[in-house]
Design a binder for this molecule. Structure first.
Ligand code: FES
Ligand code: FES
Length: 176
């Protein structure tokens, strides 16, 4: 855990902490307040606005990122908790080609307004990493923490099924 650089004074200035975080394979050093949420660090400090904020109360999943490979709601975590850890955001999914999960959402029309989509895709990557061949029920369970107000989830499930098939065809077998 980072050591505070600045102690809270009588003027109420909150303490700050130095952190080093790997985001999408690139190391970032920053100084953050102890109260800074990871989602605000990702969006406001790093400028990675693909991670959305839908509620700020850990309900919607729009802010989902991968922390050391596991899907987490980044509005439920402090930036200091990400010190010395690895984060992957939606911007880090695509390499030279679309990630199979991204391809699945395109091919199966798994989005409408797209607001939930980055979080939904990262939850799907985590699901497929843990369970490369999920049933429909397992997919619905796996994305249960991510809300979509547009699609009715049917095409999102199809998108994850598409991705599972493509990952197996490509010999990857998992979500990464
Ligand atoms: Fe994090 Fe809604 S913004 S769960
Ligand atoms: Fe609009 Fe999911 S596509 S909220």
């Amino acid at each position: 855990m980072a050591v505070a650089e600045r102690q809270a004074g009588e003027d109420g200035i909150p303490p700050t902490y130095p952190i080093t975080v790997s985001v999408n394979g690139k190391e970032h050093e920053a100084t953050v307040e102890g109260r800074t949420l990871l989602v605000h660090f990702i969006r406001d400090t790093l400028g990675l606005t693909g991670t959305h904020i839908g509620c700020d109360t850990t309900s919607c999943g729009a802010c989902t990122v991968l922390l050391d490979g596991r899907a987490v709601k980044s509005c439920a975590i402090l930036a200091v908790q990400a010190d010395a850890r690895e984060i992957r955001t939606v911007e880090g999914l695509e390499t030279d080609v679309l990630h199979p999960v991204q391809k699945g959402f395109v091919e199966e029309h798994g989005l409408q307004c797209g607001f939930c989509t980055p979080g939904m895709m990262l939850a799907s990557v985590d699901l497929l990493e843990k369970n490369p061949n999920p049933t429909e029920d397992e997919i619905r369970h796996g994305i249960a923490g991510n809300l979509c107000r547009c699609t009715g989830y049917v095409n999102i499930v199809k998108a994850v099924q598409f991705a599972a098939k493509k990952l197996q065809e490509d010999g990857q077998g998992g979500g990464t």
